[in-house]
Design a protein around this ligand. Structure first.
Ligand SMILES: [Zn+2]
Length: 81
């Protein structure tokens, strides 16, 4: 097992893959995380329930996961919360 380096960014970063030791630029994936759920909850509370689905459609509200493009190992994650 290896320690996941903490990646604090929403955009792909250049690093060495801990799994295949290749010099790579991470592939990022957006995941619906706690932040999007929280935003949804707040919108429901203040009667914006019509648009409470928006946090799930807007990438800026989602968490970002970084994967190695050659071996698909999860390298790090950027969480909104
Ligand atoms: Zn790799």
């Amino acid at each position: 097992m290896y320690q996941l380096p903490i990646i604090v960014g929403e955009y792909p970063v250049q690093c060495t893959c801990p799994q295949c030791k290749a010099q790579i630029v991470t592939r990022t994936e957006k995941k619906v995380g706690l932040f999007a759920w929280l935003l949804c909850g707040i919108m429901v509370l203040i009667a914006f329930w019509i648009c409470c689905f928006i946090p799930f459609c807007v990438d800026a509200c989602k968490d970002t996961e970084h994967y190695c493009p050659s071996c698909n190992t999860l390298i790090g994650a950027h969480k909104k919360l």
